[in-house]
Design a binder for this molecule. Structure first.
Ligand code: CP
Ligand code: NVA
Length: 308
């Protein structure tokens, strides 16, 4: 049985909060949960979920993960709690710390998530911000590990907006030694601060490459990944972005330029006909639903290591 390890950081706010060893351990633990080799009881532990944005996978995978571990969750809807009326994070975090054992927060600004962590005496997990989606990246690399066994010589190409999902893939990829390429239209490159951090982590290995031509980027890639062009909170930009991302749809022509064993990933929800065509989404190269399932195994592994 895999024992939990004491994570160096009490919170999981960013992919960079984990070391390579810790990521490896979480991926292995998630596989143990998936294969039903681990029977862990976190009885009486309570996870609070604060979601300022919509969610299906993250919310439900956390709820089911906690229930499989013998614990419970409380879904704090901002509209029916005092959060939506403007009770400040500093107070909410201190109160919830006295009721819950861990909280997962989905919100807009990374600084708000950090404010929760600052005032909480319990672990805080990033369930997505405008800057990062680190739980998603762990499930993505678990899906990649299941396919390719190890991460050696792999190239992951993300075709789309340089967004939260792209940021976490770059960071987690750099820790695992995976080359991550981002193919996006000019002006939609990831945050330069994230690129710089990832370059420092890569220690001269050139693990991050930015392209404005998706064909050039995808050549020789083993993992093809895409996400919505307009993230939650960007609804007013979607008309312009739909035009600007013309030519960046993951279609069969683009897929044919990758390695012929390449797999297709998408964090979901997907907009068929925009960032991905229906035939690529449904193709036998797609591992999109394995990836979605892996969210739950990763949440179990994370909670186990943060709480046990
Ligand atoms: N991929 C993901 O985070 O999905 P949800 O927005 O449904 O949680
Ligand atoms: N980039 C997307 C991811 C959704 C899971 C968003 O932030 O809306």
């Amino acid at each position: 049985m895999l024992n939990p390890i004491k994570l160096v950081n009490n919170n999981f706010l960013s992919s960079l909060d984990l070391s390579l060893n810790e990521i490896d351990h979480i991926l292995l633990t998630a596989l143990e949960f998936k294969n039903r080799n681990l029977n862990v009881q976190l009885k009486d532990k309570v996870l609070g979920l604060i979601f300022d944005k919509s969610s299906t996978r993250t919310r439900v995978s956390f709820q089911v993960a906690m229930s499989r571990l013998g614990g419970t969750t409380i879904d704090l809807n901002p509209n029916t709690s005092q959060i939506g009326r403007g009770e400040i994070i500093k107070d909410t975090a201190r109160v919830l710390s006295r009721y819950c054992d861990v909280i997962a927060v989905r919100t807009f600004n990374q600084s708000d998530l950090e404010e929760y962590a600052k005032w909480s005496s319990i672990p805080v997990i990033n369930a997505l911000t405008d800057m990062e989606h680190p739980c998603q990246a762990l499930a993505d690399f678990l899906t990649i590990k299941e396919e390719f066994i190890d991460f050696k010589n792999l190239i992951l190409t993300f075709v789309g907006d340089g967004n939260n999902v792209a940021n976490s893939l770059m960071m987690c990829g750099a820790l695992l030694g995976v080359e991550v390429r981002i193919a996006c239209p000019k002006g939609y490159e990831p945050n330069p601060m994230v690129i710089n951090k990832v370059k420092q982590l890569s220690k001269g290995r050139n693990l991050i490459k930015i392209f404005n031509d998706p064909y050039e980027a995808i050549s020789g890639s083993n993992v093809l990944y895409t996400d919505v062009w307009s993230s939650m909170g960007e609804e007013n930009k979607s008309e312009k972005k739909d035009k600007d991302f013309n030519g960046f749809t993951l279609d069969s022509n683009l897929v044919s330029k990758a390695n012929n064993r390449a797999i297709i990933l998408h964090c979901l929800p997907a907009y068929r006909g925009k960032e991905i065509t229906n035939d690529v989404f449904e193709s036998n190269q797609s591992r999109i639903f394995e990836q979605a399932e892996n969210r739950m195994h990763i949440q179990q592994a994370l909670l186990y290591n943060l709480l046990y």
